[in-house]
Structures are given as structure tokens and as C-alpha cells.
Ligand binder design. Structure first.
Ligand code: R5P
Length: 290
């Protein structure tokens, strides 16, 4: 097996190659003067099973993924597995208003044209993966998050809304802790309202988990509701830390004590690694288990 790291996911790809004790190739990706993507894999041939690791966000990284798929195929890869740590466009997973595209489906169809297997991590909606014709697996980062926080004195795991309650349950179950959810209403792209916490969090250390932090509006409101309800400590962990609009800097003064994300996207707080979980899925695929 050979791991090819795209420019969006180099560190994760290297870690994966080291865990699996296999060759690592860094794609040499630059831009043409007009901004278009140029990439090259510095090999004469690739007569092996090849795994491309590349988050498909922002758009330039998605284009790089398409080009890497073609380059790898031309070098003679026996099979191509795509590891997409953060799958862009997953939130436009259906036509909400007439005239819109089904963006997630479009991305799957195009990625599917040149691969044999796909691995994602906490994709926004798992049903999206059914648009792939090839075998696919969505890895749950809950185990990695639970492992990271297991000795940090957490008392209860909470999600900011009912939609993420399953994630809070998974993390809580791994840690042997209770879990609950808050109730969120989205007011606009950047504003949310979170109802006062019903769970008894007085004097407790709470871990808020979510699939992604985008603008940060959700976790800021969730932490404020929990602090209001008397939480003694609040840590936040997400799988995908987009941290748009400089949200990491704007978190100074927020009600939570710390914020961390997994390494599906690069950020100064991407300290929770999902590499072992991805490595397990790749080993299982090799053994024909999926
Ligand atoms: C919503 O469905 C997601 O699970 C996140 O809660 C949401 O995307 C976070 O967005 P923001 O950080 O902008 O509030």
C-alpha cells in the first residue's frame, strides 16, 4: 500500500503511513500563474494499492483531488482508495429550493469516476455516501474524542442540538459517562438560539461535542446556556474545525474553557488525531471485511 498525501491533508497522511508502515508520497502541488492547480506525483509508476488522503475543502483542494486521482490512475495504481477527512459540500445534500443543485451528489458522482473505495470521517449526512457506487465507509471520530478526554475529569457529554445527540451518546458511551443534548434554533447563517439547559449540569464539567464548528455561533451559544445553568467547566470538541471568520480569535471571552478539533482540517487546535481509526478501516478493507 502507498499513501499519497494531498496538500490539504499532509500531516494526517504522513501519520497514517507511519501507523501502517507503508510508503508515503507527498504530491507536489503548486499553482499556475493564473491560479489553476498543478500537481505531480514524483514516480515513474505506482504498481500498488494507492490511498489518496485529501480533504476536499476549499474548492481548490477538491480540484487537486480530481487531478491526483487521474495522476495516480495513469501511473498504474492497482486500486485507488480515497480518504476524504472532511468532505466539502456535504451540507447541500438536497434541493432545498427549486433551481438549486444537489451539490453533495454531484461531488460524489465526480469523485466516484476514478476510485475503487472511499473513506470519510463524520460526513454531515451518512446517506450522501450512497451516491458512491464503490464501497464506502464513514468513520466516527467519537472514539478518538473520547480517548483524548478520558482522563480530563469530564462529568457529562452534551450536544448543542438534538441532531448531534447520537454523537454525544457515542462519546458518552466510550467514556462511560451520561450524555444529553441542548435545543438549538437556527436564526440565520451565523446566529443561533439555544434554549436554557434542562440537564442538571450545576457544578459539573461538561464536554460539548459537535460534528463541525463553522462560524462558532453554535458552540458560543451552547456554552453560554450551560454556564448559565451552573456548569463548572466547559470543554468543546468537534470533528471538523472550519473556524470561519477568525472565529478562534473571537472565542476569547466565550463561556467555554477550551476548544479542540480533530485533524480532518488543519488549525492551531487540531490536536485530536483520527489517523488510527482510518488506519483500522484501511486494514479491514485489505482483509476484505468491507
Ligand atoms: C449543524 O448541523 C452542525 O452540526 C453544526 O452545529 C453547525 O454547522 C455549526 O455551525 P456554526 O459553528 O456556524 O454555528
Amino acid at each position: 500500500m502507498i499513501i499519497v498525501g494531498g496538500s490539504a491533508s499532509m500531516d494526517l497522511a504522513k501519520e497514517l503511513a507511519s501507523i501502517l508502515e507503508c510508503d508515503y508520497i507527498q504530491a507536489a502541488t503548486t499553482s499556475f500563474p493564473d491560479g489553476e492547480c498543478y500537481t505531480r506525483i514524483d514516480r515513474e509508476s505506482l504498481d500498488d494499492d494507492v490511498v489518496i488522503v485529501q480533504t476536499t475543502f476549499p474548492d481548490s483542494k477538491l480540484v487537486e483531488m480530481f487531478l491526483l486521482q487521474d495522476a495516480v490512475r495513469r501511473l498504474g495504481a492497482r486500486t485507488i482508495t480515497l480518504v476524504i477527512p472532511y468532505f466539502g459540500y456535504a451540507r447541500q445534500d438536497r434541493v432545498f429550493k427549486p433551481g438549486e443543485p444537489e451539490s453533495a451528489k454531484v461531488m460524489c458522482q465526480h469523485l466516484d469516476m476514478n476510485c475503487d473505495r472511499v473513506i470519510t470521517v463524520d460526513i454531515h449526512k451518512e446517506a450522501i455516501l450512497n451516491y458512491f457506487n464503490h464501497p464506502h465507509k464513514d468513520i466516527k471520530a467519537a472514539a478518538a474524542i473520547a480517548e483524548y478526554f478520558k482522563a480530563k475529569g469530564i462529568d457529562i457529554v452534551m450536544s448543542p442540538d438534538i441532531g448531534a445527540a447520537g454523537r454525544a451518546k457515542m462519546v458518552g458511551d466510550f467514556m462511560g459517562l451520561p450524555y444529553d443534548h441542548l435545543n438549538k434554533t437556527r436564526l440565520s447563517g451565523t446566529e443561533v438560539r439555544i434554549a436554557p439547559a434542562e440537564a442538571d449540569v450545576k457544578g459539573k464539567k461538561v464536554l460539548i461535542v459537535d460534528d463541525m464548528i463553522s462560524t462558532g455561533g453554535t458552540i458560543v451559544a451552547a456554552a453560554a446556556a450551560l454556564r448559565e445553568a451552573g456548569a463548572a467547566g466547559i470543554s468543546v470538541a468537534c470533528t471538523h474545525g472550519l473556524f470561519l471568520n477568525n472565529s478562534l480569535e473571537r472565542f476569547t471571552g466565550a463561556s467555554f474553557d477550551s476548544v479542540l478539533s480533530c485533524n480532518t482540517l488543519n488549525s492551531p487546535v487540531s490536536h485530536i488525531s483520527v489517523a488510527r481509526l482510518i488506519a483500522d478501516a484501511l486494514r479491514e478493507a485489505k482483509e476484505g471485511k468491507w
